[in-house]
Design a protein around this ligand. Structure first.
Ligand SMILES: C[S@@+](CC[C@H](N)C(=O)[O-])C[C@H]1O[C@@H](n2cnc3c(N)ncnc32)[C@H](O)[C@@H]1O
Length: 247
């Protein structure tokens, strides 16, 4: 079996049809490497293939497919949750960090469409895996004459050299899914981001709407202590925000 076959099969799921082939390829390569599976010897009817296929498709779906549910703040799951809170979220964040001139939104989804709630007019740089979300964001920037740029980039590749230096970087509801794929990857991400401030957020609810029991995210607190970064926690609506200062 060839890797292209696996990629093609995974992309057959409607929500994953636009996911980058590179992203899927990396996940397949990681999977077969850790389990010492020889792809060329694998039969598509075998249990090993079926398990591999299901697990990789789930990884792709959880980080990418789950959120593709519309083209506006109201219909997109992540932004819908915080629609009523946007003004207060940005007000409270900027009370701590000051109003930024440049924002980098990593794993942005449709969050850049909340630009009007910012209460200032920064340059806006938006990064995501999803070409289709970025197209919506780009159109929004153009229509509203916002100085901004989008980047289609896999944060797990850890190469951020194309991204600009900014005043604040947002990592809203994205680190957890990256941690599920590469444990402790957040440590490298946080240290590599070229920004004085970083705001990381987590949802207090699971996708089914049930409260998340372990919402403390002790792994993030441990990393921040190791990195020696100051932080403050804000609890707003259904979300927890870590306002992090890189020193
Ligand atoms: C839960 S959504 C959050 C969207 C937005 N940050 C928000 O809070 O409204 C997660 C987003 O991260 C993106 N994403 C997931 N894995 C990624 C990766 N490895 N590199 C870049 N973006 C990724 C997804 O495409 C999706 O748009």
């Amino acid at each position: 079996m060839k890797i292209d076959y696996v990629i093609k099969e995974i992309k057959k799921k409607k929500e994953l049809k636009d996911l980058s082939e590179d992203f899927i390829k990396d996940r397949v390569n990681e999977y077969i490497k850790t389990r010492k599976i020889e792809l060329s010897n694998l039969d598509e009817r075998s249990g090993i293939y079926k398990t591999m296929f299901k697990e990789i498709r789930k990884i792709c779906f959880d980080s990418y497919g789950l959120f593709k549910s519309g083209k506006s703040l109201k219909t997109h799951i992540s932004t819908k949750e915080r629609l009523n809170y946007y003004p207060v979220i940005y007000e409270k964040i900027f009370e701590i960090i000051g109003k930024p001139n440049k924002i980098l939104d990593l794993g942005c989804g449709l969050n850049p469409l909340s630009y009007d709630f910012l209460g200032c007019n920064p340059e806006y740089y938006a990064v995501d895996l999803s070409e289709s979300e970025l197209e919506t964001v780009n159109n929004y920037f153009k229509e509203n004459k916002i100085k901004g740029k989008t980047y289609c980039l896999d944060l797990l590749k850890l190469d951020y050299s194309a991204l600009p230096k900014v005043d604040v970087a947002f990592l809203f509801k994205v680190l957890e899914s990256l941690e599920n794929i590469h444990k402790n990857v957040s440590y490298t991400i946080l240290s590599k981001i070229n920004s004085k401030w970083i705001v990381v957020s987590f949802s207090k609810k699971s996708i089914t709407g049930k409260p998340i029991i372990k919402k403390g995210r002790s792994w993030l607190k441990r990393m921040l202590a190791e990195l020696g970064y100051w932080y403050e926690v804000l609890d707003i609506g259904d979300e927890i925000f870590y306002i992090i200062k890189k020193s």
